[in-house]
Design a protein around this ligand. Structure first.
Ligand code: URA
Length: 240
C-alpha cells in the first residue's frame, strides 16, 4: 500500500498533509527517513513511525454505540444530526457507518464498522440474526399478543412477519416488554404492535446476535468492541 494511503487511513491527515510531514522529515520507514510519500510499504511488516511514534496498522474498526434519541442512523444529512457526528476524529477517519438502522427516536445498541463483509453477513435476510428490543407500549400487552407474535403478525403493507418472541415484563396501561425478532423491516417493532392495536412509546435495542449493549455506556457514547465481543459477533454469523 502507498505510504500516504496508509497514513491517511490511520488518521494522519490527507495525502497532502502527509506530504508535508514527509517534507519535514517526520516519517521513517524501517528507521530510514522517508523522501517520497508515494513509496509503498508493507502495512503488516514494515515499521512506520511519525515523529518517532510507531504506527500500528488496523484495517477495520468496530464500535458499539448507545444511540441517543434525536439522531439519525445515517452517515451524513444536511439537516439532521447523525450518529457519525457523535464520533471523535480518532475513529472517524476509519469511515465507519451504522450496521442497519434505528429510528430517530429509538435508543440503544448500534454497531458501527467499516467492515463490509461483516455488515453484509449481519444484515443478510437469510441469516436470522436475533435482535432483542425493550419497549414501553401503550395498552395492556398480554397472553394474546404473545400468541399473535409467536405466529407472526400481518403488517400494514400485508407482509406476514416471521415469529417474534414476546416477553411481558409489566402488563398495565403502559406495558413493558422485551421482543426478539430476526428481521429488520422498516419500523418493524412499532408496526408489529400496531398490528395488534397498540402503540410503542419508547424503544431500545438491547442486543444483536450475541452482542449485548454495555449497560455502562451512557446514551450518546460509544467504545470499541472487545476482542471477545468481536469473536462473538463473528461466530454468530458463521453459525447462522
Ligand atoms: N423497530 C422499530 O420500529 N424501530 C427501530 O428503530 C428498530 C426496530
Amino acid at each position: 500500500m502507498r505510504l500516504d494511503k496508509f497514513l491517511s487511513h490511520m488518521g494522519y491527515g490527507t495525502r497532502k498533509e502527509v506530504k508535508i510531514l514527509v517534507k519535514s522529515k517526520a516519517i521513517q520507514v524501517n528507521e530510514a527517513v522517508v523522501k517520497d510519500s508515494s513509496m509503498h510499504v508493507n502495512e503488516l511488516k514494515d515499521k512506520v513511525t511519525v515523529y518517532g511514534d510507531v504506527v500500528v496498522y488496523k484495517e477495520f474498526i468496530y464500535l458499539m454505540m448507545n444511540k441517543p434519541p434525536g439522531v439519525i442512523s445515517a452517515t451524513e444529512d444536511s439537516r439532521e444530526q447523525t450518529v457519525i457526528d457523535l464520533l471523535d476524529e480518532d475513529v472517524r477517519h476509519f469511515e465507519p457507518y451504522p450496521v442497519g438502522r434505528l429510528d430517530k427516536d429509538t435508543v440503544g445498541l448500534l454497531l458501527l464498522t467499516n467492515d463490509g463483509a461483516l455488515t453484509h453477513r449481519l444484515l443478510s435476510p437469510n441469516k436470522d440474526v436475533p435482535k432483542v428490543y425493550y419497549a414501553k407500549v401503550e395498552g395492556v400487552v398480554d397472553e394474546s399478543d404473545i400468541t399473535a407474535f409467536s405466529n407472526g403478525v400481518i403488517l400494514d403493507d400485508g407482509y406476514h412477519t416471521k415469529p417474534g418472541i414476546l416477553k411481558v415484563l409489566k402488563s398495565d396501561s403502559i406495558s413493558e416488554i422485551e421482543l426478539a425478532i430476526t428481521e429488520g423491516k422498516f419500523h418493524q417493532v412499532k408496526r408489529m404492535f400496531e398490528a395488534v392495536g397498540k402503540n410503542v412509546v419508547y424503544l431500545k435495542r438491547l442486543s444483536m446476535g450475541l452482542l449485548e449493549l454495555d449497560a455502562t455506556l451512557a446514551e450518546g457514547t460509544y467504545r470499541e468492541l472487545t476482542e471477545e465481543e468481536l469473536t462473538q459477533i463473528q461466530q454468530k454469523n458463521d453459525q447462522a
